[in-house]
Design a binder for this molecule. Structure first.
Ligand code: FAD
Length: 288
């Protein structure tokens, strides 16, 4: 289908973009890669009268290391995440996850900012950002504020982002050197959204888990930070009984829809299977 009519805006600064959003209220939407928004417009599930293209804002591009925290500006594409040497050395789970998103054509254009701001439970980056305890930087008419990824998602397509705000950057604390990581995603075919996926970052000391962070994708209306599961594993040697308890705790917080990806019970179980695999892979990659 063809989208409804809209006015196209191309601001060159965040302040200009925010001013356009303020003047048009609910009728305006930011446009990043357009790989979620334009399909929704073609289906007439979204019909913004004003599109505010962020592509001309130089301040929204780039990845930097601020000493212990990596800042990724919102318009950084998924392809640029994959190509970044800095991320490969400090946050390799971002590359691993990005490679599981859609296909190369979409990753050349789709952005990190669009992926996390979208609020679609099927997007892979939100759970990863919860796992990494990232913070989102939001710019609006009253200036800048920061919201933890773990507090950002309210329901499917509802987030803490106000209509006149732009997500400008994602800040991620760098996990300790030698940490283990894995993003395990079950999908029906290449390019598909997750039936269920699990993100794990952990550290080992003397063969025991000293820290473990877990989050799940597409098994509820929002990404799920599985805090209890991570806490169960802390101090353990990832023995079978403790892993089973952690997996059960993670499965217990899921609430997936029954849809073309399978019945709810199946998707809950697959979240558990993805978590088990991610834990084993993360442990095998961690230095003790
Ligand atoms: P856009 O589509 O431009 O925007 C998405 C939404 O976020 C819009 O509501 C927009 O107004 C808002 N927005 C965008 N940027 C900002 C900002 N900076 N501040 C505030 N609001 C903003 N994604 C996955 O994670 N996993 C997949 O497996 C996957 N498979 C896909 C398969 C196909 C066939 C397609 C078409 C897409 C797929 N995607 C998948 C989605 C893709 O990754 C999108 O690019 C991404 O979700 C949105 O990023 P975008 O830059 O295209 O954002």
């Amino acid at each position: 289908m063809i989208p409804g009519a809209f006015t196209y805006h191309r601001p060159s600064s965040v302040a200009e973009a925010v001013a356009i959003l303020v003047s048009h209220g609910d009728e305006a939407r930011p446009l990043s890669g357009g790989h979620s928004l334009i399909p929704m417009m073609k289906l007439r599930m979204a019909a913004p009268e004003h599109l505010v293209d962020l592509a001309g804002i130089a301040d929204l591009k780039g990845i930097s290391d601020d000493g212990g925290t990596i800042t990724i500006r919102a318009m950084t594409t998924q392809h640029e995440l994959i190509a970044s040497d800095l991320l490969a050395s400090k946050l390799p789970i971002i590359r691993e996850t990005s490679l599981l998103i859609a296909d190369p054509q979409i990753r050349y254009v789709g952005t990190l900012g669009g992926n996390v701001a979208n609020g679609d439970p099927g997007n892979d980056m939100p759970a990863l950002m919860q796992c990494l305890d990232a913070t989102y930087v939001l710019s609006g008419p009253d200036g800048e504020r920061e919201v933890p990824a773990r507090d950002f998602y309210e329901a499917a397509y509802f987030t803490a982002l106000a209509p006149e705000e732009i997500l400008t950057a994602v800040r991620i604390p760098v996990p300790p050197a030698g940490h283990g990581y894995a993003y395990e995603k079950l999908k029906r075919k290449v390019g598909d959204y997750a039936t269920a996926a699990a993100s794990v970052v952990l550290t080992l000391e003397g063969g025991s888990v000293s820290f473990c962070s877990i989050a799940l994708t597409n098994v509820a209306d929002t990404p799920l930070f599985a805090q209890e599961a991570g806490e169960i594993l802390a101090g353990s040697t990832l023995d079978t009984a403790t892993v089973a308890r952690a997996v059960a705790a993670a499965e217990a917080i899921t609430e997936p829809a029954s849809d073309g990806r399978g019945p709810a019970e199946y998707r809950t179980k697959m979240a558990g299977v993805m978590l088990q695999r991610a834990l084993a892979k993360a442990a095998s990659r961690a230095s003790s």
